[in-house]
Design a protein around this ligand. Structure first.
Ligand code: ACO
Length: 331
């Protein structure tokens, strides 16, 4: 049995936070943010909109586009670092309930910006082993809830949104996800973390004070490790599978920073039209960024059946991953 990437969906909240809006909150400028990151604006969830609310909207679209009845979904995996609730229940179980799915396995994955590729790897393994047939993978983030809007080094980067995909069993090898590579190195954990709110927190109990579990990042060091790791990782997955970069129709990287994407794209000698860029309009939406970018090319008509996608991501953990995925909607 093989695993096919059947469909994609996404949801973007209405409210926009522009670089000029941020310049009113912290000491920054549109020019600095644009030059250093490529980001022009990001979307922010409505006051009562949760990560699961956004995930459900993306998931409903992905299920509809898969041609399946929702009762055929037998596993839901949600990649998020901004779950509805810190410890439990998982956001995946809340999404499952809101979709009206019953009695199925559902769990979250915590791999920051690499979360969607980790979820894809899990879905592929469950499907190829014959344990599940139709897996819904969701990347959903309300990062605005864990962003410190007094810290100019992080608040300019992050936005909210969700994306989802359906991965289904197929006997047709030409439809199959070719390969997924995933890795981690916990010795770099402190480069990117939300230090409060967990068992490693300096606070004895979860209080109003410790609940301020904001993201902190050593951006410049992270940048260097990201470029090095991603370049090696995408080269390795292409070499292992004997696929040349010319065969890639869409390079869909995690949308953290235009300069990182450009460096990896250049290392692979990719042409501009092969590289999918949404960082300017969505910013960094962590686990949601890759499915939101895939949805962007789907809705604009650029993603066609059989197109080969190369996905790659890097994030807190540190974690990284890449995947060679043909787009295989149901025939
Ligand atoms: N506006 C103006 N100046 C700023 C801002 C800002 N928003 N932020 C920082 N600066 C200043 C710094 O204080 C510093 O000033 P100094 O030279 O006087 O000390 C200067 O700009 C340069 O700062 P750097 O941190 O070196 O800037 P850099 O070019 O590295 O860009 C950035 C920062 C955008 C964060 C970049 O390092 C980056 O994108 N890092 C990687 C992010 C990433 O990929 N993370 C992983 C995924 S995220 C996840 O997993 C949740």
């Amino acid at each position: 049995m093989y695993a096919a990437f059947r469909s994609i969906g996404a949801y973007v909240p209405e409210k926009i936070l522009s670089n000029d809006d941020l310049a009113k909150l912290v000491d920054t400028t549109d020019e600095w943010i644009t030059k250093r990151t490529g980001i022009k604006e990001r979307h922010i969830a409505a006051e009562n909109e949760t990560t699961s609310d956004m995930g459900v909207k993306a998931a409903a679209l992905a299920i509809e586009r898969s041609g399946l009845d929702k009762s055929e979904i037998d596993l839901v995996v949600c990649a998020t670092i901004s779950p509805d609730y810190l410890c439990m229940p998982s956001t995946a179980t809340i999404i499952t309930d809101k979709l009206g799915l019953e009695n199925i396995m559902a769990f979250d994955i915590s791999a920051a910006c690499t979360g969607f590729i980790y979820a894809l790897n899990v879905a592929k393994a469950f499907v190829e082993s014959g344990i599940k047939k139709n897996v819904l993978i969701v990347g959903a983030e309300r990062l605005s809830k864990i962003t410190d809007y007094t810290d100019r080094t992080t608040c300019i980067l992050f936005g909210d949104g969700a994306g989802a995909a359906v991965i289904s069993a197929t006997e047709d090898k030409s439809e199959a996800i070719i390969d997924v590579h995933t890795g981690s190195d916990g010795s770099y954990a402190e480069l990117l973390m939300t230090p409060n709110g967990g068992s490693g927190s300096i606070h004895d109990h979860l209080t109003a004070e410790s609940a301020g579990a904001f993201m902190q990042m050593k951006g410049n060091e992270t940048f260097k490790v990201a470029v090095r790791t991603l370049t090696n990782d995408v080269k390795e997955i292409l070499e292992t599978n004997k696929i040349s970069s010319d065969a890639i129709k869409h390079f869909v990287p995690h949308q953290a920073n235009y300069r990182i994407i450009k460096a990896v794209g250049d290392a692979l000698e990719l042409k501009e039209e092969q590289v999918v860029l949404t960082v300017a309009k969505f910013g960094n939406t962590s686990g949601a960024s890759i499915p939101m970018a895939i949805n962007d090319i789907y809705e604009s008509g650029r993603l066609q059946s059989g197109d080969m996608m190369l996905l790659d991501a890097f994030g807190g953990g540190l974690t990284w991953g890449s995947a060679l995925v043909p787009f295989s909607p149901k025939k």
